[in-house]
Ligand binder design. Structure first.
Ligand code: ATP
Ligand code: MG
Length: 407
């Protein structure tokens, strides 16, 4: 597609500075705003929350609901292009914006990512090219489909088709009776039942695709979840067998190309134990935006996932990112700000920041709650061993779980 680049720093015919917009004002929007502003763009954030992390640092904060016609009209009038920072932004809001301004990713791509049923159909049509399939699953939208679920999908995980994140909207199922109860508890909304797979590891791949179809991206990163939430990401070549890494990247590009995606896309994979030395890749889900597992790119690469988001939406050339340091990113959830009795405390930053190669990012959220993403700490260093050693020390000081899975 032909696209006239939106260059930073200038003003348009009516004297407006080049401004980029984002739907959603969370931490991903905030890091997008930082990247856009560094290039010289003005920014606009649409988010109903007066205290949103991105709204606080943006030139403009339009404080309306995501479907508010006046808010959307204002966003379109200020911005030369619009992106999104969360997948549950209403697809018709993106469509309304797209009638006036370039929107990347587009409503159709975001709609696929919003619905596990459509997402799996899309993966089957695109990732298969790279030899990667989804977990065996059944769609459950009716009582007949519920009764017809093949028992070889059990034990399994029942997942709502829509609005799941950080493990929410998921129930582990051992037998058909539990399945019926769980689906009823979920009020019979459309779901998928996925077979519970023997995971060896989880990883994700982040790519950016431009308006002209060019694709750049990062090597797969290794992710460890605790209680359904990302605990840490390790980004260095030894985290994954090279053949698997290559296949994950190829599958991700195919997933993006198949729908002529524009913007940053993250695809999550499982590595399952199939008896082979490497294990087999299974594609799990996609995020139509930068991803928590890509935050290390801000400190360990010469181009970050947020830089790529800015370049892609504005039609600038897409630089091939180069990772200059091995890295581990530790997620900082609200729990870090709470002691064992649930009382507020200040984490020991003095000790953590004295550790070599630590980069602290806090999102400006004033209230710490258990499980709430408050910030992250990236550790970079000259070699993998020293990065791992510092990550273990930092995790111990902060009381972070999961580091025993480091490799
Ligand atoms: P996210 O925050 O990544 O959007 P989510 O709520 O959308 O999470 P999933 O990514 O589908 O949920 O699942 C969350 C986690 O649950 C996975 O990272 C994985 O650890 C585990 N999991 C999900 N599906 C399966 C499966 N079929 N077999 C084994 N483990 C699974
Ligand atoms: Mg996930």
């Amino acid at each position: 597609m032909n696209f006239s680049p939106i260059f930073p720093g200038g003003v348009d015919a009516s004297g407006q500075p080049a401004t980029l917009g984002v739907m959603g004002g969370g931490q991903l929007g905030r890091m997008f705003v930082h990247a856009a502003q560094r290039l010289g763009y003005f920014t606009a954030v649409l988010d109903p929350d007066a205290d949103s992390p991105a709204g606080r640092v943006s030139h403009h904060h339009i404080q309306t609901g995501y479907s508010d016609a006046a808010g959307l009209a204002q966003l379109a009038s200020i911005c030369a292009a619009v992106t999104t920072e969360f997948e549950n932004v209403p697809a018709d809001a993106l469509q309304a914006l797209a009638a006036q301004r370039p929107v990347a990713p587009g409503a159709a791509a975001v709609a696929i990512a919003q619905n596990r049923i459509e997402e799996k159909a899309h993966f089957s049509a695109s990732a298969g090219v790279a030899g990667v399939s989804c977990a065996p699953y059944a769609v459950i939208t009716t009582a007949e489909q519920l009764r017809a679920v093949p028992t070889d999908l059990l034990p399994g995980i029942l997942k709502t088709a829509r609005m799941g994140y950080d493990g929410k909207g998921q129930v582990r199922i051992a037998n058909m009776a539990e399945l019926a109860v769980a689906w009823a508890d979920l009020k019979g909304v459309p779901c998928v039942l996925e077979k519970l797979l023997p995971l060896k590891a989880e990883c994700s791949v982040i790519v950016a695709r431009g308006w002209g179809g060019e694709v750049v991206g990062f090597a797969p990163q290794y992710n460890v979840h605790v209680d359904g939430i990302l605990a840490f990401t390790a980004a260095y070549a030894s985290n994954m067998p090279p053949a698997l890494a290559q296949r994950a990247r190829a599958a991700t590009e195919s997933i993006a190309n198949h729908i002529r995606y524009v913007g940053v896309l993250c695809v999550e994979f499982f590595v399952i134990d199939d008896g082979s030395a490497d294990g087999a890749l299974v594609v799990n889900e996609m995020a139509p935006r930068p991803h928590n597992s890509g935050h290390y790119t801000m400190d360990a690469c010469d181009v970050s996932q947020f830089d790529l988001q800015v370049h892609a939406m504005a039609g600038l050339p897409l630089p091939v990112p180069r990772q200059h340091s091995p890295a581990i990113m530790l997620n900082l959830l609200g729990d870090v700000w709470l002691d064992a009795a649930g009382q507020a405390r200040t984490p020991d930053w003095q000790t953590v920041l004295a550790l070599p190669g630590t980069h602290l990012h806090l999102y400006g959220k004033l209230e710490a709650r258990p499980g709430r993403k408050m910030g992250h700490l990236t550790i970079t260093g000259a070699d993998v061993a020293s990065v791992q050693a510092v990550a273990r020390q930092a995790a111990q000081v902060l009381g972070l779980p999961g580091l025993d899975a480091l490799r």
